[in-house]
Design a protein around this ligand. Structure first.
Ligand code: B16
Ligand code: MG
Length: 446
């Protein structure tokens, strides 16, 4: 399967309009009597207009109503559009013209994947609108990066799957979006800033059609071919309830099960494992049914390394930008471990115990089926139901989520039989670690 389409980000990849965005935001914020963050330009790259405004205002955003914020965004946009009027053909980055021509001659589609609602005005100024087979931008997709929407839309319009495309991006949020969508991601800029990318180059001049084809062949993820890039689960709303010992809530009954898959290196028979989710005004509920033959669970205390034995692990990451997520582990005996993980693409700030006041505590119940709840016992499986209060995420997300909110997460499991460990996940990571948050699935609150 060859390279069918190259998707270019706009601001910072084809032209240096990032400075226009940053200046317009800084002028606006100073006009309001505040000082913008020093790293404003980097932080708004690829981020949608309203999210960028909140970054520019910082905690001062709380002083404004929604309609006032909209008015501020409109004012910034008017200034930005004034600046964009000056964009001309000679502003096109070096190497762009040759690359666009080369792709055209090679029959590879050229797409734009920009979060900007003003992308067409910029392309027109640069005189390159006709070079694009497909334009996917902020006018066609509401959610900006790090959501993969604009890239998935570009691939779809180009008649290609994500695995047949390459994304070229200058912003960390854009690289995350590309990886989330299952694309090969080429970073344009500095290695340290874009370390998530498959490869980073410092100029478009370093890219040619042959080089892009070689990168695509090297980094595309063959096992994703023909499958949706990332799973998503629609989480229905239910009334709030307290877990009842030994009895499951009737609200689970009509919800469909979703299966966990083995990680790609598994060769042994895979124990059937499935899960469901629902949410209330106050909490996310997760139900997991895990079949097994024998239990491996010698640890009999909370906050211990449960992942060394049979375990179910639930990951919840409300906001990919925060790079902080919940990891909650439960053993078949009902012992648990609650961790707050700060992870920037494999750079961990340790695994910190999540110290919770009472109202943030995760409720759980575990039932072993077909045998006694003890390590070494022959059983048929175990069921775990948990209730994760949204209050837990207060510091890292807007809570509670409401209809339309999208968070990210995963449900994983390790099962041990005769000393061999089998790893399963709802959203299969690209490597062996469950901490591949760029490949967490979408939790869609209905
Ligand atoms: P607008 P890209 C992004 O474009 C910019 O990098 C980002 O700074 C801007 O806030 C966003 O577009 C929305 O732009 O206000 O013009 O709709 O990098 O995805 O091409
Ligand atoms: Mg950009």
């Amino acid at each position: 399967m060859g390279l069918k389409c190259v998707i270019f980000d706009l601001d910072g990849v084809l032209v240096d309009t990032s400075v226009f965005h940053a200046k317009a935001w800084a002028d606006l914020v100073r006009g309001e009597g505040f000082e913008p963050p020093v790293d404003l330009e980097d932080r708004v790259k690829g981020i949608s207009r309203m999210e960028s405004l909140k970054i520019a205002l910082g905690e001062n955003a709380a002083e404004y109503s929604e309609s006032e914020l909209m008015a501020l965004a409109d004012r910034k946009n008017a200034c930005y559009l004034e600046a964009v009027k000056t964009v001309k053909t000679s502003d096109l980055y070096s190497g762009a013209r040759a690359l666009l021509d080369g792709l055209r001659m090679a029959g590879i589609k050229v797409a734009l994947g920009s979060a900007s609602k003003n992308a067409r005005a910029v392309l027109d100024g640069l005189g390159i609108t006709a070079d694009f087979d497909v334009i996917s931008d902020g006018t066609t997709h509401k959610r900006g990066k790090p959501h993969p929407d604009v890239f998935l839309g570009a691939a779809w319009m180009a008649g290609a799957t994500p695995e047949e495309c390459i994304v070229v991006e200058d912003a960390p949020a854009g690289i995350t979006a590309a990886l989330r969508g299952g694309f090969v991601a080429v970073g344009l800029g500095e290695q340290d800033f874009l370390d998530q990318a498959h490869i980073v180059v410092d100029s478009l001049q370093a890219l040619s059609v042959a080089k892009l084809q070689a990168l695509h062949a090297e980094y595309r993820v063959p096992e994703l071919t023909g499958t949706p890039a990332l799973p998503s689960i629609e989480i229905p709303r239910t009334r709030d309830y307290v877990l009842a010992k030994g009895a499951l809530s009737a609200s689970w009954e009509n919800l469909p099960w979703v299966s966990l898959q083995p990680l790609k290196h598994e060769t042994r028979p895979v124990p059937a494992t499935r899960m469901k989710m629902q949410y209330s005004e106050t909490a996310l509920y997760v139900l997991v049914e895990a079949s097994t033959q024998t239990l491996q669970c010698t640890i009999e205390e909370d906050n211990a390394p449960l992942y060394k034995e049979d375990v179910v692990e639930v990951f919840v990451m409300p906001d990919p930008w925060q790079r902080v997520y919940l990891e909650y582990e439960v053993s078949p005996l009902g012992y648990d471990l609650t961790l707050r993980v700060a992870n920037h693409m494999g750079m961990f700030a340790g695994y910190q115990p999540w110290q919770m006041p009472e109202e943030q505590r995760i409720e759980k119940q575990v039932v072993v089926q077909g045998g006694p709840a003890e390590s070494g016992a022959c059983v048929s499986g175990w069921i775990m139901e948990i209730k994760i209060p949204f209050a837990l995420f207060g510091p890292v997300a807007v809570v509670p989520p409401t209809a339309g909110t999208v968070w990210y997460g995963n449900v994983c499991r390790i099962d041990t039989e005769e000393g061999e460990r089998t790893h399963l996940a709802w959203s299969v990571p690209s490597g062996e670690s469950f901490h591949d948050y760029a490949r967490f699935g979408e939790l869609q609150f209905a």
